[in-house]
Structures are given as structure tokens and as C-alpha cells.
Design a protein around this ligand. Structure first.
Ligand code: NAP
Length: 283
């Protein structure tokens, strides 16, 4: 039995879709903090169990009979390590045989502040001695696609990534790679996958594609981290999120979101989704 946490989230739903494409839905369990949000998953014949990272009492029973677990990192930045620890402890006591954890690309050397909670989680997995696989996910292309509309409205795409190359991939690609690892007959214990898209681009190159596909010139305007964070706040983002996004862009300028290992496509057996096609579809 394979269980997936964060099953009602964007990545979780895609992983479940790929799992049920290749395995019987009866062998898959969706773990959600709010099972009421999982109606569609239930309709696909997937068992849904309540599992809240912050409520350990929900976790042990949720993991009963589970052989492999995909722990999708929590979206509650700042609380994540404590939450992940709860899940890992519960998985260990439930006798889960393999935990796959969605970490961050090159988490051990990453200049992004976001890496901190991922490294704490990776270290805890090692400490607890539960067989585990690390899926170090790069940036979602969707993070930048979300900036297309404001860039068109404002006449510029802003950021702090300078000339940093970004090897992002669509959530769909990360989800498929995760499903391949979870259903593999090979022993996945101890493996660390650096997952990224096949293409690498700077934000100026992304703007070139956006300009060509929309017919409107959208220049890339690079700015200092504090100025970018302020602009994001001005656009309505909460202060911590604005700061985190600005820090991540600075991390990208230092190469933190670059990787040319093509690990996703090696796992899935086909190229990752093309940046231009994703931009076109989004537009
Ligand atoms: N690589 C990247 O570019 C990138 C970007 C953003 C995020 N991430 C990381 O990747 C993860 C998955 O991405 P995503 O796009 O699928 O994010 P998402 O759509 O926000 O999904 C996050 C999932 O975590 C669940 N969750 C949050 N707190 C929880 C708790 N206390 N107990 C149980 N479940 C909890 C949410 O439950 P609900 O459905 O009930 O809300 C949701 O299902 C994120 O959580 C974050 O750690 C990566």
C-alpha cells in the first residue's frame, strides 16, 4: 500500500493521478488534513484518511498497513520541521518500509533560506534510520507563470535572480517522477534524486518567450532583494511570503535553482514539459 500526504494539494493530486495510472487505486491511500476536500479522490476509488501533520493522534492510525509513504513537504513554512517530524515518528511506529520525502534541489548546498527546514527533515530521516528516499524538487515553473499576468499589467517582469539559470519543471513532471520512484521494483532506500527540468533559462530568457507568445514586450527588470520584496508586498503578498520569494530569487542568482542532471526525464523516460509550451498554455 502506497500513501501520499498533502493529497488535496496541487502536487499531491497529481502524484495520485500518476499512481492510479499505473497501479490499482485500491492499493493507494490519500492522506489529507481535511478529507472533505478529497471528494474527487474518493470518486476515483482511492481511500482517504485524515492525517494532519500537527495532530500526531491522526497520524499513526492513518499509516496503518502502509508500506511506502510519500511525505509531501508542508506548506506551513516555519512549522514544517516539527510537522514532518510528527509524520516520520508515526511512520516509524506504524512500520512503514520506505518514506519518500519531497525536499529542495541541492538542499545540502542551497543558498535558499527555504532549504533549512528541508535539511532538518533530511537529517531527521537519517537519524531515525527509517529507510528513505529524498526527492529534491527544483522550482515549479508554475511559480513564474503566476507572474505573467502582473508582468503584462505592469509592463515589466520583476525579480532579483539576475542572470541565474533556473531549471524549473512543471508540478506534473515532479509528480510523475515521484510516482515512478514509489512504484519502482528497485530498492529506493538511500537514494537522493536532484529533480529539475531539462531546460535551464534566465528570467530575461523567460521574458523573451512571454513577449513572443503574447505579442507584448515584457522586459525583465532586476532589482535589489529588499526592493523586490517591497514590490511583492505592495502587490498584496504577506510580508514573510514576499521575503521568502525575494530570498529565493537571490538564491537563483547564485545558481541555487540550476541543475543539469536531467534526473526527472531519466526517471520518467520522456523529456520534461517545454517552457514555451507551459507559457503558451498558461496564457
Ligand atoms: N518547488 C517549489 O517550487 C515549491 C513551491 C511551493 C511549495 N513547495 C513545497 O511543495 C509542497 C507541495 O506543493 P503544492 O504546490 O502541492 O502545495 P499546496 O497545493 O499548497 O499543497 C500543500 C499541501 O500540504 C497540506 N498541508 C498543509 N499543512 C498541513 C498539515 N498541517 N497537515 C496535513 N497536510 C497539510 C495542504 O493541505 P490542504 O489541502 O488541506 O490545504 C496541501 O494539501 C508545498 O507544501 C511546499 O512544501 C515547493
Amino acid at each position: 500500500m502506497i500513501a501520499v500526504t498533502g493529497a488535496t494539494g496541487q502536487l499531491g493530486q497529481l502524484v495520485l493521478k500518476h499512481l492510479t495510472n499505473t497501479t490499482d487505486a485500491g492499493t493507494v491511500v490519500a492522506l489529507a488534513r481535511n478529507p472533505d476536500k478529497a471528494q474527487l479522490l474518493k470518486e476515483l476509488g482511492i481511500e482517504v484518511r485524515e492525517a494532519d501533520y500537527s495532530k500526531p493522534e491522526t497520524l499513526t492510525s492513518a499509516l496503518t498497513g502502509v508500506k511506502k509513504l510519500l511525505l509531501i513537504s508542508s506548506s506551513e513554512v516555519g512549522q514544517r520541521f516539527a510537522q514532518h517530524k510528527n509524520v516520520i515518528d508515526a511512520a516509524k511506529s506504524a512500520g512503514v518500509e520506505l518514506i519518500a520525502y519531497t525536499s529542495l534541489l541541492h538542499a545540502d548546498t542551497s543558498p535558499l533560506q527555504l532549504a533549512e527546514e528541508h535539511i532538518q527533515t533530511e537529517d531527521y530521516l537519517k537519524e531515525t534510520n527509517v529507510p528513505h528516499t529524498i526527492l529534491r524538487n527544483g522550482w515549479y515553473t508554475e511559480n513564474y507563470l503566476a507572474s505573467i499576468a502582473p508582468a503584462l499589467a505592469n509592463g515589466a517582469f520583476i525579480g532579483s535572480a539576475q542572470e541565474g539559470k533556473i531549471s524549473s519543471a512543471a508540478r506534473e513532471d515532479y509528480a510523475e517522477a515521484a510516482a515512478v520512484v514509489l512504484t519502482s521494483d528497485e530498492d529506493q532506500s538511500g537514494k537522493v534524486y536532484e529533480l529539475s527540468g531539462d531546460e535551464s533559462y534566465t528570467l530575461a530568457e523567460l521574458c523573451q518567450i512571454i513577449s513572443e507568445e503574447t505579442g507584448k514586450t515584457v522586459p525583465y527588470v532586476d532589482m535589489p532583494e529588499a526592493e523586490f520584496a517591497k514590490a511583492l508586498e505592495g502587490a498584496g503578498l504577506p510580508t514573510p511570503l514576499a521575503a521568502m520569494l525575494a530570498d529565493s530569487d537571490v538564491g537563483a542568482s547564485k545558481g541555487g535553482l540550476f541543475d543539469d542532471s536531467h534526473t526527472i526525464s531519466k526517471l520518467t523516460g520522456h523529456p520534461t514539459k517545454e517552457l514555451r509550451e507551459l507559457v503558451k498554455a498558461f496564457i
